[in-house]
Design a protein around this ligand. Structure first.
Ligand code: AMP
Ligand code: ZN
Length: 136
């Protein structure tokens, strides 16, 4: 198995887990573009949106909604973007479908093509704890 998100789902690689149910996993992005940046994935390997089995998309979007709600309630951003990339031209770098949940702040000047910058693991861990507790 070479997919990094499958390894995370399988427990072979650690993550800052914030939601774990039978069909989906949500965890913190370790190169966050904003504090609280999280990812939501299905627990089945599928590269992108046009390949994704319909029966997985419903549960994934339900988890995206729960994570976005926790981000809103816990971090009070000015807004939230849900972003999903398909293919290298869209800057997809991990080919296991995932939805980014990104807290936004007025004037943050975030563009949609970002470079990966490692975050502070202590800070990411603390935010994961707060969001996990909020999701319950
Ligand atoms: P994309 O560029 O849309 O494919 O996004 C992939 C995301 O996965 C990037 O934002 C990476 O920072 C993130 N990522 C890669 N490896 C890990 C990991 N081990 N744990 C958490 N996030 C990761
Ligand atoms: Zn995978």
């Amino acid at each position: 198995m070479s997919c990094i998100f499958c390894k995370i789902i399988d427990g072979q690689i650690p993550c800052f887990n914030i939601l774990d149910d039978d069909k989906t996993l949500a965890f913190m992005d370790i190169n966050p573009v904003a504090p609280g940046h999280a990812l939501v994935v299905p627990k089945c390997h599928t590269p992108d949106i046009d390949d994704a089995p319909a029966e997985w998309l419903g549960p994934v979007m339900a988890s995206v909604s729960r994570v976005a709600g926790a981000v809103r309630d816990e971090l009070s951003p000015d807004g939230i973007n849900v972003v999903q990339a398909n293919g290298p031209g869209a800057k997809q770098s991990v080919f296991h479908i995932h939805f980014h949940v990104i807290p936004r702040h007025l004037g943050d000047n975030l563009t949609m093509n970002w470079d990966l910058q490692p975050g502070d693991m202590g800070e990411i861990g603390k935010l994961a704890e707060r969001l996990r507790a909020r999701i319950g």
